[in-house]
Structure formats: structure tokens, C-alpha cells
Design a protein around this ligand. Structure first.
Ligand SMILES: CC(C)(COP(=O)(O)OP(=O)(O)OC[C@H]1O[C@@H](n2cnc3c(N)ncnc32)[C@H](O)[C@@H]1OP(=O)(O)O)[C@@H](O)C(=O)NCCC(=O)NCCS
Length: 263
């Protein structure tokens, strides 16, 4: 599949067998059998050929009418019937073809899950949240209302955002540009993190290291809140700086505990 998709990406004109290949690729994304990124031996590996396959799908698809909507024929809204115990509450939400949604995921309207995204078991995607292209969301993750998990297609990014198992993303957060949030971390409401955002670990008293070409990693169990730091070029001013205020403890667990009845 990988080689065939690489070839498809190079093409400018498409025959029926190219569409058959693309639809096979898209079903594999729907089923979660291929992913834009996966953890191998403890490291997240980006499968850039998957992004190429998605881009090929945009190039090859004509714009068609879909009910009252108009979009590329290759990426209609996905039919989620016969999926394991999923609830998609009515009202302005969509899961695009080519996204994987595991069983017991809850999606509150309006929210949007874009192509290439992977949302694992038991996660909650709350109202006005976006799971961007190729973003990887682990098990039992809570993506709170109005949070934005950035995608790799636009603006163009090399690595997808990865949110590992049991992470809590508070309301109105933005996680962009290939940032990895490791297991059980808590991102407090309103925190924005991009690949260029310095993040201060106040527990260990250092800035999270940033190496060229490597993703920013929020360590597991970190509790990250909004803060400020002096502006390097002019310390009379302050600039936004997320701070790891502590590592997850009993108080944090209670602060983000969920209402089981709603699940
Ligand atoms: C981060 C959060 C979970 C609190 O975690 P916690 O482990 O209970 O934190 P604590 O109350 O023990 O506070 C620890 C420190 O962080 C500070 N702090 C806590 N939350 C903060 C926040 N959101 N912004 C800035 N500072 C914060 C506290 O003042 C305290 O610092 P201090 O000791 O210097 O005063 C909570 O603030 C939060 O953001 N919850 C998410 C709410 C939300 O988005 N819900 C979604 C509904 S859809």
C-alpha cells in the first residue's frame, strides 16, 4: 500500500484503478489499520506517505454536491452506523471519510474530525472542538469545548499533533505544529502550544528542550497552565509562557474527573 500510494501521489491524471486504490486507502484510515503516525518501540513515527495519500485524494476528487453541501467527492461525511457503541449527538458535527473513530468515543455538537485523524477508545470530543488532519488522539482523552488540535495539511506541517492516552485538554486550548502531549498530562483551560512556544517546567526549573526538527514534548503527568515570562529583548515587558506548575496529583485527578453517567 505504501509504495502504491507514493506512486499515486506523483500522478496528475487518475484512472478507475487509482480511485479503487484511494478508496481502499481511505477505508484503511477509517478502520484505523493505517495511521498518519504510530508509536513504535516508544517513539512516535510519522508515516508521511499517509499524508501524501490524503493530498492525492484531494487532487483526484472532483467537487460534487453532497446533499446540501458541496465538497470533494473523495471525502464525503462518513457513515458511522454499525460502529462500536459510538454516539454522535445531532447538530452540526461531522467525521470526514479517512478518519478513524474507535468504540465508546463521544462527540458533542458541533465538532469536526478531519481526514487522517485517529481518535482512540473512550475519548470525548466536546462542542466546538476540532481534531485536525492526521492528529492522533489516544484512549480516554478529554478534548474540552472549543479546543483546537491542529492538523498537518494547513498550515503545512511535517508531524501531526499527538495527544497520548488519558490526557485532559481543557476548554479553549490550542495544540499545534506536531506537539506531543504525553500520557495523563493536563493542559489547563486556555493554554496554547505551538512548536515555537517556550514552556517552563517550574517543578524541575528548566525550559522544555527544543531541538530543531524534533517535536515539542509535554512530559507525562505534567499540569500545564498559562503564565508569563520576561521578554528577552526587553524585560520591561512580559510574554505568554505556558508553565508546568506541577505533576499530576490527587487534586488534579479530582479537578478533571468525569461524570460517568454522561458516558
Ligand atoms: C489545571 C486544572 C485542572 C487545575 O489543576 P489542579 O491540579 O487542581 O491545580 P491546583 O488547584 O492544585 O493548582 C496548582 C497551582 O496551579 C495554579 N493553577 C491552577 N489552575 C490554573 C489555571 N487554569 N491557570 C493558572 N494557574 C492555575 C494554582 O493557582 C496553583 O498555583 P499556586 O500554588 O502558585 O497558587 C484546572 O485549572 C483546569 O484548567 N481545569 C480544566 C477546566 C476545563 O477546561 N474544563 C473543561 C470543561 S468543558
Amino acid at each position: 500500500m505504501k509504495n502504491k500510494i507514493q506512486n499515486l501521489y506523483e500522478k496528475q491524471e487518475f484512472a478507475k484503478e487509482d480511485f479503487d486504490l484511494f478508496y481502499e486507502f481511505r477505508s484503511a484510515l477509517n478502520n484505523g489499520t493505517i495511521r498518519a503516525a504510530e508509536k513504535i518501540d516508544g517513539n512516535w513515527i510519522t508515516n508521511d506517505w499517509v499524508k501524501k495519500g490524503i493530498l492525492a485524494g484531494f487532487r483526484m476528487g472532483k467537487i460534487v454536491k453532497m446533499g446540501s453541501f458541496i465538497d470533494k467527492e473523495t471525502f464525503p461525511v462518513q457513515d458511522l452506523t454499525n460502529r462500536g457503541n459510538i454516539r454522535l449527538v445531532p447538530g452540526g458535527s461531522a467525521v470526514r471519510e479517512g478518519a478513524f473513530v474507535a468504540s465508546n468515543v463521544i462527540m458533542m455538537p458541533p465538532m469536526y474530525i478531519n481526514v487522517g485523524a485517529y481518535v482512540d477508545e473512550g475519548s470525548m470530543i466536546d462542542s466546538h472542538a476540532l481534531v485536525g488532519t492526521c492528529a492522533q488522539i489516544g484512549k480516554n482523552v478529554h478534548v474540552s469545548a472549543a479546543s483546537q488540535i491542529g492538523g498537518v495539511l494547513e498550515p503545512i506541517g511535517a508531524n501531526p499533533v499527538i495527544i497520548e492516552d488519558n490526557v485532559f485538554i481543557g476548554g479553549n486550548c490550542g495544540i499545534y505544529e506536531g506537539v506531543i502531549v504525553q500520557e495523563r498530562a493536563i493542559i489547563a483551560a486556555g493554554v496554547i502550544i505551538t512548536s515555537g512556544t517556550p514552556i517552563f517546567d517550574a517543578v524541575n526549573n528548566y525550559y522544555i528542550p527544543k531541538e530543531p526538527g524534533k517535536p515539542v514534548v509535554i512530559p507525562k503527568n505534567a499540569v500545564v497552565v498559562s503564565g508569563t515570562r520576561p521578554l528577552r529583548s526587553n524585560p520591561d515587558f512580559s510574554i505568554y509562557c505556558p508553565i508546568i506548575i506541577k505533576y499530576r496529583d490527587f487534586a488534579s485527578d479530582s479537578a478533571v474527573s468525569m461524570e460517568e453517567e454522561l458516558r
